[in-house]
Design a protein around this ligand. Structure first.
Ligand code: GDP
Ligand code: ZN
Length: 292
């Protein structure tokens, strides 16, 4: 949470960091948003000195990965703005992919206008048959799925190809091997990370921090600590449906128009799941996220 005064933002300008205050009028949106500015935002700055300025304007966002910030009044919190794609990383085992969390990351990215790539790491721990069965539905839906092992250096070329010349954000739970993958993708490359968009306030640092890793083959990867736990997320009904293109052909075909898709006779979604036309796990995720 940001207070009326005292908040400082670091803005990257021509490769150097400028510490900025916010112009007062930018703070007005506090009712609905946790912060008026997010990591990755492009801003207009009035320079007061070489390393000091005032943020005059936040430019419209191309994409916006956001969730509801925890608290008594749920506020919209943008985790990162203006990236092209989310690379959603999970492990095949240790820990095994939690499909609901995977679907939630994918849906959040979709709702924010980001493209989505799935990367399954630790493939060395399972058999190829397991991988085929576990992730077949995602490939069938049309997701790009990169199967990787940071340990065995498999799939790394594929991952490089997915990251090349794109602005990506790596997300996924901790322990799945995101850092190991980033290291594998750019080995021996001194990770020039830049912290931008850091919101600091006396005694309360990093409300929103991002580090950008420039890739030696073009593009960059953003890593924000806030992306590891998703917490609350309440997408609009339309945004949620759009995030499940595999279920889309079946909407509107249930016997009852107010079908909850949970137990009704003649539910088109449940029939499709029983016939293996859709993955029952996807339907479960959709309903668990509040889809209708
Ligand atoms: P992060 O929290 O997602 O950044 O994950 P880390 O990169 O820190 O890795 C978490 C743990 O998984 C570490 O103990 C790694 O050694 C291990 N790990 C990472 N990649 C692989 C892999 O491809 N195979 C196996 N078996 N373990 C891995
Ligand atoms: Zn139904």
């Amino acid at each position: 949470m940001i207070e009326n005064h005292g908040a400082l933002f670091d803005v990257l300008l021509d490769g150097r960091v400028v510490h900025c205050h916010l112009r007062g009028k930018l703070k007005k949106d506090k009712q609905t948003r946790a912060a008026p500015i997010a990591a990755g935002d492009r801003v207009e700055v009035m320079l007061l000195a070489l390393d000091r300025g005032v943020v005059e304007r936040v430019l419209p966002r191309e994409t916006d990965l956001s969730r509801k910030a925890a608290g008594s009044i749920p506020l919209e919190q943008t985790l990162v703005a203006n990236v092209d794609q989310a690379v959603v990383v999970f492990a095949a085992a240790e820990p095994r992919t939690n499909v609901f969390f995977l679907d939630q990351f994918l849906a959040m990215a979709s709702a924010g206008g980001l493209e989505q790539v799935i990367c399954i790491n630790k493939c060395d721990l399972v058999t190829p048959q397991f991988l085929a069965e576990e992730y077949r539905s995602y490939q069938r839906i049309g997701y790009r799925v990169v199967f990787a092992s940071a340990y065995r250096s498999t799939g790394i070329e594929d991952l490089r190809d997915a990251l090349k010349e794109r602005r990506s954000v790596m997300c996924g739970p901790s322990g799945v091997g995101k850092s190991s993958l980033v290291n594998a993708v750019s080995p021996g490359f001194s990770l020039r990370t830049t912290e931008i968009g850091t919101v600091t306030h006396k005694g309360r640092h990093t409300t929103s921090a991002i580090s950008l890793l420039e890739l030696p083959f073009g593009g960059w990867v953003a890593d924000t600590p806030g992306l590891r736990q998703l917490g609350l997320w309440e997408p609009s009904s339309d945004a949620l449906r759009a995030a499940f293109p595999d279920l889309a052909p079946h909407f509107g075909h249930c016997r009852f128009t107010n079908c909850s898709h949970r137990h009704e006779q003649g539910c088109a979604l449940r029939i499709a799941a029983a016939r293996d036309e859709i993955d029952p796990r996807r339907l479960r995720s959709f309903l668990q996220m509040g889809g209708r």
